[in-house]
Design a protein around this ligand. Structure first.
Ligand code: GP0
Length: 834
């Protein structure tokens, strides 16, 4: 009997002998080889695009080799794997990230220098992988990064959209969407796996197995193949490389040769077109649910391929299915992948022949679910008739899941009809709807929110009844985090140098608790000056970026006031721009002498609006209209500039965030689940102006309330204000009234365009409480200004804040998930590679 290898087994521990050499000659050879053999070029005949591609492919060789060793090792020792299922991974660029992780940045810079290129220019050739909308997708990317860096055997699962997040152009002040053709140039950061593909069925009918109560045969002619693409995730300072497995619809077999031969060319490719569309585009909605049938099919393709893949990998271990929960943990990133639950049930019942109770036990012990929002418009619900048509077997399974669940509720709370109605997975509307958040909750052993306040709110609102029925222990908090690799070390090199100097080495990049020692430097005048200078340099870099993207000249000596995030009414970019309008009005009332004494300020916006979100698009138009008037007002000059940076992206964020003095996170209290850019801004030495909402609260707790500018009403007050405003006209204070008046006097062009925005406040019940929070918002801005004028104290705030941000590393978040939800352990691949 060969014994099962264990973690301690030396035999499998040391992979260092396999590593590609790291000397300059080897690196150069590999780059030149890729130039020739992958791109048909020689060093004397290239541009920076090929300089980038050849070096990227050479880096990819190293990543793929480590990818292989990591997975072989994890298979051999039978490590429990974690699967992070997400319809979105907002990865951004990979080249620089990989060079830093492999600790080969200088080496590649030298090799590129030898052939006449700057590393920075090569880095700039890479297009973002923008397979996500905003916070939720970027969180998924930070989490796979942390899993790799902390050596957890974790994989992301997602879809390989041919068109990612749309490109935003600003034309005449309006957002115009263009497709994101990110795969037009070769993508070094994925490996096609044509051998890894699964059939996914749609429609059809069911044949019941007369012998077994819960076993059906699902017969269908509509079968698509989902094929895997693997995206290696570099682990910083470790041999481990993680993976994101993305599915793409494979269509070759759907080509109809008979139709082609008969001259019906459209018919010949019709099946391919129908299949391909499933993985063609990312739905551009953030915090809203459109309920489109194509999206449902997209979600199912994703869930089915992923479940089949996870089961196939597990079955290779030869263990009985009852041990799946010991070998795999599946995390649902919001409700979008919830069909994984009934799909797992289908596979266990119909394909594996398990009994219901066994299958359900395995499923619920494997799945866990993260909720990311409480906004009602974001809640996924699918009409029963639609589900029944597309996925008849799953509809049946969902009915049974609900039946058994409601029976257990009835047993615990006999005769409570109202409870059964409110807790049911099926909403009794016309038509009936499947509530996906409830299904995810029933099918999971743990449910978590993404910041302390948010996790409390979901226990009191959407999951209130579930807390009663299933117990409070099931509902926990996992405050979000961000990757210190990308969001400090990579995007802010100067500040990172300062931190490294104080810590003594770069170990803080993988252990953020080490930055605590920065606190000792707040009284070091020289250090404070260098800290300030680093920020100024970042502001200079952003000023160049602004000039090149908008043509607007801004001075790095002004205060940089930043709000960058998806455009959404609850995030209140409207309040920000109305504040700007009021400021402009005040400046216009002043004499030139008075104006000269004012603090100079650049107000920076960026963010995309969902293509179908009209109000959000009008807000973009208003910002650009105000910008145009203010920026060309010679009286105002540099005292106030307003900038809308087009096409916000991960890469744009890497320029913008390190350059902010203050950033705004001003959602109506109780509406922003967590926010994650708030963490990035503070980690980069910026100060927050924000509401008492989401992770702002915990940031304030960690860094001290003197370091953060809070304003506005509290979450528990919101309901009363909203109730009042349903029956009473808002009473805008003079500042808000002044801003409205100015717009209505056509100061920023035809006021008709903007009237609906004013009406939403004045006639639409002011759902987001602008009229309530505006006075304290204006006061908070004054406090920020006074503080910024005290430069020494400002720098102290900045350094203190950064030093106290360790909690907001995604490494901390991942460790909590691993210990409290996944029951998974780090499994480092040993060796002396680094
Ligand atoms: C939440 F429901 N989020 C959703 C959604 O559809 N898209 C999305 O990006 C965000 C939240 O709005 C958040 O507050 C949160 O921190 C993030 O998910 C990750 O948890 C924005 O940062």
């Amino acid at each position: 009997q060969p014994k099962t290898p264990s973690k301690e087994d030396g035999e499998f521990r040391d992979y260092s002998h396999s590593e590609i050499a790291r000397d300059a000659a080897t690196i150069k050879n590999s780059v030149v080889m890729h130039l020739a053999a992958t791109f048909l070029r020689t060093p004397s005949n290239i541009d920076s695009a090929h300089a980038y591609l050849a070096s990227a492919f050479s880096v990819r060789d190293r990543l793929l080799q480590r990818w292989n060793l990591t997975n072989e090792y994890h298979d051999k020792i039978g490590a429990k794997r974690v699967y992070y299922m997400s319809l979105e991974f907002l990865i951004g660029r990979t080249f620089d990230n990989a060079l830093l992780a492999l600790q080969l940045r200088d080496e590649y810079a030298n090799v590129l220098g030898d052939v006449g290129f700057r590393l920075e220019d090569a880095i700039d050739e890479e297009r973002d992988a923008a397979l996500g909308n905003g916070g939720l997708g970027r969180l998924a990317a930070c989490y796979v990064d942390s899993m790799a860096c902390s050596n957890y055997p974790g994989w992301g699962y997602g879809l390989r959209y041919k068109y990612g997040m749309f490109q935003q152009q600003i034309i005449n002040g309006y957002q115009v969407e263009a497709p994101d053709c990110w795969l037009d140039s070769p993508n070094p950061w994925e490996l096609p796996r044509p051998d890894i593909a699964y059939p996914v069925k749609f429609y059809g009918h069911l044949v019941r197995d007369p012998e077994h109560e819960h076993r059906y045969k699902w017969e269908s002619d509509v079968v698509y193949d989902a094929m895997a693409f693997d995206v290696p995730v570099p682990g910083y300072g470790t041999n481990n490389v993680g993976n994101i497995r993305l599915w793409s619809c494979k269509t070759n077999t759907l080509f109809d040769l008979n139709k082609f031969n008969a001259g019906d060319y459209q018919g010949a490719t019709g099946g391919q077109v129908a299949a391909q569309i499933l993985t063609d585009v990312l739905y551009p909605n953030d915090n809203t649910n459109e309920g489109k049938e194509l999206r449902l099919r997209q979600e199912y393709l994703f869930c089915s391929a992923t479940m089949q893949d996870i089961l196939a990998r597990f079955k290779k271990s030869g263990k009985p299915l009852s041990e799946l929960p010991d070998m795999a943990a599946i995390q649902l990133n919001d409700t979008h992948p919830t069909l994984g639950i009934p799909e797992m049930m289908r596979l266990l019942l119909d394909e594996e022949g398990l009994k219901w109770d066994e299958a359900w036990d395995i499923t619920t012990r494997t799945f866990a679910f993260t909720n990311h929002t409480v906004l009602p418009e974001a809640m996924e619900k699918w009409p029963v008739p639609m589900l029944d048509k597309i996925l008849p077997r799953h509809m049946g399974i969902i009915y049974d899941i609900n039946l058994y669940f409601l029976q257990s509720v009835e047993k615990k709370f006999p005769g409570d009809r109202e409870l059964l109605r409110s807790i049911s997975v099926i909403e009794e509307s016309n038509p009936q709807q499947v509530r996906m958040a409830y299904l995810a909750c029933v099918g999971s052993h743990k449910v978590n929110g993404v910041a302390a306040i948010h996790s409390d709110i979901i226990k009191q609102t959407i999951f209130k009844d579930f807390v009663r029925v299933q117990g409070a222990d099931k509902f926990i908090n996992k405050t979000n985090g961000v990757s210190p690799r990308r969001w400090v070390n990579e995007c802010n090199p100067d500040m990172s140098e300062l931190i490294t100097e104080v810590v003594g080495d770069r170990s803080w990049v993988n252990d953020l608790s080490k930055i605590k020692v920065l606190e000792e430097k707040v009284d070091d005048k020289d250090f404070c000056k260098r800290w300030w200078d680093a920020k100024q340099k970042n502001k200079g870099r952003l000023a160049e970026y602004i000039l090149s993207t908008t043509g607007i000249k801004v001075s790095p000596n002004a205060l940089f006031d930043v709000q960058v995030k998806r455009i959404h009414e609850y995030k209140r970019q409207l309040m920000n721009i109305l504040g700007v309008v009021y400021r402009y009005h005040r400046l216009k009332q002043m004499t030139q002498e008075e104006r000269d004494k004012e603090l100079h300020r650049v107000v920076i916006f960026a963010g995309k609006a969902a293509a179908g979100y009209w109000v959000a698009k009008q807000v973009i138009k208003l910002i650009n209209s105000v910008a145009e008037v203010v920026n060309s007002d010679e009286e105002i000059g540099d005292v106030l500039k307003v900038v809308f940076i087009p096409d916000y992206s991960v890469t744009a964020a890497e320029y913008i965030i390190p350059a902010s003095d203050i950033s705004q996170h001003i959602s109506t209290a109780g509406t922003e689940a967590s926010g994650t850019s708030n963490m990035k801004f503070v980690l980069n030495g910026g100060i927050i102006l924000g509401t008492v909402d989401g992770a702002n609260i915990e940031i304030g707790e960690e860094i001290g309330e003197e370091q953060i500018f809070f304003f506005g009403c509290l979450a528990h007050e919101v309901e009363d204000f909203r109730h009042y405003l349903r029956f009473h006209q808002p009473k805008p204070d003079t500042a808000l009234q002044t801003a409205f008046d100015m717009i209505q006097r056509n100061t920023f062009g035809d006021a008709h365009i903007f009237q609906p925005l004013i009406d939403a406040v004045m006639r639409g019940g002011d759902v987001y409480l602008l009229s309530v929070d505006f006075p304290s918002y204006i006061e908070a801005h004054k406090a920020v200004e006074a503080a910024y004028r005290q430069r020494d104290e400002w720098v102290t705030k900045s350094i203190l804040s950064v030093s106290r941000m360790a909690k907001f590393s995604s490494d901390r978040a991942i460790q909590e998930y691993a210990e409290e939800i996944w029951n998974a352990e780090p499994v480092p691949v040993r060796g002396s590679i680094i």
